[in-house]
Write a protein that binds this ligand. Structure first.
Ligand SMILES: Cc1cc2nc3c(=O)[nH]c(=O)nc-3n(C[C@H](O)[C@H](O)[C@H](O)COP(=O)(O)OP(=O)(O)OC[C@H]3O[C@@H](n4cnc5c(N)ncnc54)[C@H](O)[C@@H]3O)c2cc1C
Length: 394
């Protein structure tokens, strides 16, 4: 059990040692990973809750390139974090995989939902504030300096000091680049565009089209229904996991071709790019006084699903932080093992292995067979008493 006295004594000593504003825990980034970590700290280490600060460079609602696809796993994690699903988005009742030249349809009420990330993230931030979490927006962290007793943070709103720094600052994480240097690059590439839909039908189907694997794409093109300003739109994007080396697909051309098939040219469509970073069991996720969560750490490279994963990091990081204050050991040397043995780590590892196999060249002739196996498994589960809320993606 966490000893509140130990934490309070520690906080007191730490406060005396410096003159800059300081907190026991500072989280950089208020996306799903940062908010999930803060909410989990409130639950698991309430003594730290009033001595925690979230720094965010943007102001919510802020733009984030993202398909906004939320699976049942994401909703289950939101429930566990005590976060309400106030932004319903669009319910998807049919998911179509195009695999090995064949369509596979998976149909069930509320199979997944599609949210706009600006609305979804802003609502999570509002809920976190209501829970008492201090979040400073318009505060960009631009430098991080390690000191013997913690980390000094230079930001656009001045200098802060913290005993524990959580890097929840996304795929291009400054925290990772400055303090958790790792030579390994595990970066997926994504492009997306949002186009208006002339027809309002089929607003409840999401498409994952793997056909471009024939052109060396180790990923898929997605088409997700979405709403912008109350009007039906399509979020179309391309995910290149890059889990294997070798020749790369021309993802810009592949996306342009898909947009053309919907009657949109490059000139009239804004295409946005943003990377994702994927998880490896051998990766480095912590240094003394520093932890990474969400995209800053790594997500899964099969479907590139990152929102649920970002949320799932919260309880794992909070547990590591609670234990660090209880034992006064801030090395975080056990953080990777904590991730690996958690529900999140098992999912990350499973999907990393699936991605490795699925996107390998020798697997290509068997993709249709994989689709059939997936469809059979889905039907069995649909008709059994197995509780679907435990499912990830399908
Ligand atoms: C094109 C695209 C489509 C995607 N589609 C899906 C999808 O459909 N479903 C899904 O589950 N996942 C999807 N993902 C992945 C998903 O968007 C991410 O995994 C998720 O946003 C990770 O959350 P996070 O909190 O770790 O990081 P982010 O959401 O990136 O949040 C990081 C926060 O840190 C802030 N920040 C960054 N640097 C600093 C700094 N120096 N100082 C202060 N604040 C800082 C940022 O402003 C931001 O608010 C997609 C990703 C991309 C690129």
């Amino acid at each position: 059990m966490l000893d509140k006295n130990v934490i309070n004594v520690h906080i007191h000593h730490f406060e005396q040692a410096t003159t800059v504003p300081e907190k026991s825990v500072i989280i950089v980034g208020s996306g799903p990973a940062g908010i999930a970590t803060a909410m989990s700290i409130i639950k698991m280490a309430p003594a730290l809750a009033n001595d925690m600060l979230v720094l965010e460079k943007a102001r919510h609602p802020r733009h984030k390139p993202c398909g906004g696809g939320l699976t049942a796993f994401a909703d289950q994690t939101l429930d566990e974090l005590g976060l309400r699903k106030r932004i319903a988005g669009i319910a998807v009742h049919k998911v179509r995989f195009l695999l090995g030249g064949r369509p596979f349809n998976f149909e069930r009420e509320n199979l997944m939902r599609i949210v706009r990330r600006d609305e979804f993230d802003a609502d999570l931030v509002m809920q976190a504030r209501d829970a008492g979490i201090e979040i400073r927006e318009d505060t960009a962290v631009h430098d991080l300096i390690r000191r013997e007793d913690g980390i000094v943070i230079e930001s656009s709103a001045g200098t802060f000091k913290t005993k524990v720094l959580v890097g929840a600052d996304g795929a291009n994480s400054l925290v990772r680049r400055k303090l958790v240097r790792e030579s390994d690059t595990r970066v997926s590439r994504l492009l997306e565009a949002v186009i208006p839909l002339a027809r309002q039908d089929d607003q409840n189907t999401a498409i994952f089209d793997f056909s471009a694997m024939r052109q060396n794409l180790r990923g898929y093109i997605w088409e997700f229904p979405t709403q912008v300003g109350g009007k039906a739109h399509l979020n179309i994007g391309i995910f290149d996991s890059r889990i294997h080396g070798g020749p790369r697909a021309n993802i810009r051309k592949l996306l342009s071709d898909r947009l053309s098939s919907h009657g949109f040219s490059n000139a009239e469509t804004q295409i946005e790019g943003h990377p994702e970073r994927w998880f490896s069991p051998r990766g480095i996720y912590a240094q003394p006084n520093v932890l990474l969560v969400g995209d800053a750490a790594g997500i899964e490279p099969w479907l590139g699903e990152g929102i649920s994963i970002a949320l799932g990091y919260g309880p794992v990081a909070a547990r590591a932080i609670r234990d660090a204050f209880a034992t006064q050991d801030f090395s975080f040397s056990g953080y990777r093992d904590l991730i690996l043995t958690s529900k999140l780590g098992k999912l990350l590892n499973r999907n990393r292995r699936v991605a490795g196999l699925f996107y390998s060249r020798p697997a290509r002739p068997f993709l249709a067979a994989f689709g059939r196996a997936l469809a059979i498994q889905f039907d069995l589960r649909k008709h059994s008493s197995f509780h679907l809320r435990r499912q990830h993606v399908l």
